[in-house]
Ligand binder design. Structure first.
Ligand SMILES: Cc1ncc(C[n+]2csc(CCOP(=O)(O)OP(=O)(O)O)c2C)c(N)n1
Ligand SMILES: O=C1C[C@@H](O)[C@H](O)[C@@H](O)C1=O
Ligand SMILES: [Mg+2]
Length: 636
């Protein structure tokens, strides 16, 4: 057997070029490219290897490690986990900046290859710059902080370890049942060390993603449950989207009159206009979906993790009369809520269930249409909210007085309501464009109000809800969808937290559109605190002398080279969106929106840790209310 003398980094890059994935009869390279920020921990190792021969990998320079990793995660999510970018960082702070991103990938089950540099294996120059020292162990480095947020984690201290480590990492990343971040930390001296690698290690390697079929026992059990149910509801989760189960979901729903409700990750598997699609369910769900789920006696959870947002903290169902049928590739997920478990691919399972369900029809009758119509008229109302300086009753009620609302209108120079802005955008952008969001009040408005009419056009990171994903993720989606317009839906708080990859987008001529909703504050958290009896405490953006902050975000983005707009009415917004479509360069539209004008309610509830003891009656009441709710909630 022949060998080839390469550095560890050269071997790594050569291997990445040879990884292929095989899905539904198609075979293509799994690693599209590599994001980098170079420092002393990787520039002369991985940097050298890439400069010498990067192969087919696209090499992109990032601006913030978390940001570029978020872009990589979004790319993979948008590619339905069938292709990835790798991410290389330096040691110490460069690696530490990956932690939030790794958590994001882990919570959302998204494969990404993280390659932080590590301190010297020889320890000769220790402590090197950016290496901390623990008295109890010399073996701990910053990269150990990545262990709890990685699906696979390894440290390479000898060149030959790379081989088994990479094979494990790719096995994990290409298995849909356990996909997540694979982190391989490479000691910076080892990155440059040479080894005689077996040539065979670099042969083309194909990772097969086969659709796991359900067992007969599972199929029969599932069919029995459905046939015995009067009002089954299908909860469409992210797994349904990754499995591309749209057609069979629509067919089963239509044939058997089973309404569909969606999680954030599941939305845009089936178009919003489908007559039986009642939209998002749970804390940020529609009234239609929440009512249907509560009426249901069988929830068919497809590829869902049943998070608190999807289940209203386990209060969204009539637990005494409701069973759960869980179709999931992950056995762990399938066990949830004591459901009947079908551990298999969503699309294959539904296709195999179809003939067994022949002749079955639910008892929902005209209720599905009635619920949908009721919700559509509510959506229509929310599209035309107008401010009134004397008696304005915003969606989030009884928090701010008219005086404070007027103060915002004056300080920000706006009377624009967030729901009106959002629905104006939905009506104006092309149906095949993609919206990206992750934190703040916008995910709620999007899940309730946004109509996605084309598959995979709604991209919400709501597993970690990590502020900063919005702009960075939009770059990743653009890399995945070069021919589509992509829109980052971002609050002022998230924009301030991290938007560095807007510059990367401009630098690499990857056009993204940033739609910035500025309500001068952490609006949704302000709602949360005031809903639970607290005052408005440190969630508004106010100056030392209590003035509302008014930041010119359009000017900031203009400084980066984006084409910018300011739009504080529906007409201005439509004009800006139409003009933005014609641009070749990235754009930012700044909208000043009034606080408390996001959506709220619709039979949802969120369990948060309210103070049991406080000096405010309103907080004591909130605590009592929580205790009452918990009497009904399922406990596990
Ligand atoms: C990295 C990170 N830090 C903190 C939070 C908690 N958090 C969630 S939303 C939010 C405020 C978001 O403010 P903004 O983006 O302006 O959106 P708004 O709620 O005002 O619409 C905060 C602090 C988070 N989700 N992610
Ligand atoms: O704490 C939070 C509240 C949610 O409303 C928000 O969307 C999310 O980002 C969050 O972290
Ligand atoms: Mg805000």
């Amino acid at each position: 057997m022949g060998t080839i003398r390469l550095t560890t980094s050269q071997a790594l890059i050569k291997f990445l070029n040879q990884q292929y994935i095989h899905v539904d009869g198609k075979e293509f390279p799994f690693v599209e490219g590599i994001f980098n920020i170079f420092g002393h921990g990787n520039v002369v190792g991985i940097g050298q290897a890439l400069e010498q021969d990067s192969g087919h990998l696209k090499v992109i320079q990032g601006k913030n490690e978390q940001g570029m990793a978020h872009a990589a995660i979004a790319y993979s999510k948008q590619m339905l986990r069938q292709k990835i970018y790798a991410v290389t960082t330096s040691v110490g702070p460069g690696a530490a900046n990956l932690v939030a991103a790794a958590g994001t990938a882990l919570a959302n089950n998204i494969p990404v290859l993280l390659l932080p540099g590590d301190t010297f294996a020889t320890r000769q120059p220790d402590p090197v710059l950016q290496q901390f020292e623990q008295e109890y162990s010399a073996a701990i480095t910053t990269n150990d902080a990545l262990i709890p947020v990685s699906r696979y984690w390894d440290r390479i201290t000898r060149p030959e370890q790379l081989m088994s480590s990479l094979i494990r990492a790719f096995e994990v990343m290409t298995d849909p049942a356990k996909a997540g971040p694979a982190t391989i930390c490479i000691a910076q001296d080892v990155e440059g060390e040479a080894f005689e690698y077996d040539e065979q290690f670099f042969d083309k390697r194909v990772h097969y993603v086969d659709r796991k079929a359900p067992l007969e026992r599972e199929l029969n059990g599932a069919a029995e449950l459905i046939k015995a149910s009067k009002k089954p509801v299908i909860l469409v989760g992210g797994g349904a989207k990754y499995s591309q189960a749209r057609d069979i979901l629509v067919a089963l729903s239509e044939k058997h009159q089973i309404p569909l409700v969606e999680t954030q990750a599941g939305k845009s598997t089936v178009e919003s206009s489908f007559k039986n699609n009642l939209g998002g369910m749970g804390i940020t769900g529609t009234l239609a979906a929440n009512k249907a789920a509560y009426e249901s006696d069988l929830i068919i959870g497809i590829g869902t993790r049943y998070t608190d947002f999807a289940t209203s903290s386990k209060t969204a169902f009539d637990f005494d009369n409701t069973k759960f049928l869980n179709i999931n590739l992950s056995r762990m997920q399938a066990y949830k809520l004591d459901g009947f478990q079908v551990v298999a691919d969503a699309k294959t399972t539904l296709e195999q269930l179809a003939p067994i369900l022949e002749g079955y029809e639910s008892k929902f009758g005209s209720t599905i249409t009635e619920l949908k119509e009721e919700w559509l008229s509510e959506r229509d109302r929310l599209s035309k909210v107008t401010f009134d300086r004397h008696h304005f009753n915003p969606e989030v009620k009884d928090h701010f007085s008219q005086e404070v609302l007027n103060e915002y209108a004056d300080a920000l120079g706006t009377e624009f309501a967030q729901t009106t802005a959002l629905l104006t955008i939905n009506d104006t952008v092309d149906a095949d464009s993609v919206v990206i969001c992750s934190a703040g009040s916008l995910p709620g408005d999007l899940q309730r109000l946004w109509h996605s009419e084309a598959p995979n056009t709604y991209h919400l990171e709501y597993g970690y809800s990590c502020m900063g994903y919005e702009v960075s993720g939009t770059l990743g989606v653009k890399l995945a969808e070069p021919d589509k317009e992509v829109y980052s839906m971002v609050g002022d708080g998230s924009f301030l937290m991290l938007h560095s990859e807007l510059i990367t987008a401009i630098q690499y001529n990857q056009k993204i559109n940033v739609l910035l909703f500025d309500n001068s504050g952490y609006g949704c958290i302000n709602n949360l605190q005031m809903d639970h009896g607290s005052g408005s405490y440190f969630c508004e953006f106010r100056t030392h002398d209590d003035k509302i902050l008014n930041i010119d975000y359009a000017k900031v983005a203009e400084g980066y080279g984006a084409k910018t707009y300011r739009a504080n009415t529906a007409e201005e917004l439509k004009a800006a969106l139409e003009d933005a479509k014609k641009q070749k360069v990235s754009t930012l539209i700044e909208m000043k929106v009034l606080p408390k004008t996001m959506t709220d309610g619709y039979k949802s509830w969120w369990h948060v840790g309210v103070a049991e003891v406080s000096n405010k009656e309103s907080i004591q009441q909130a605590f009592e209310l929580k205790e009452k709710k918990l009497e009904y909630a399922k406990q596990y």
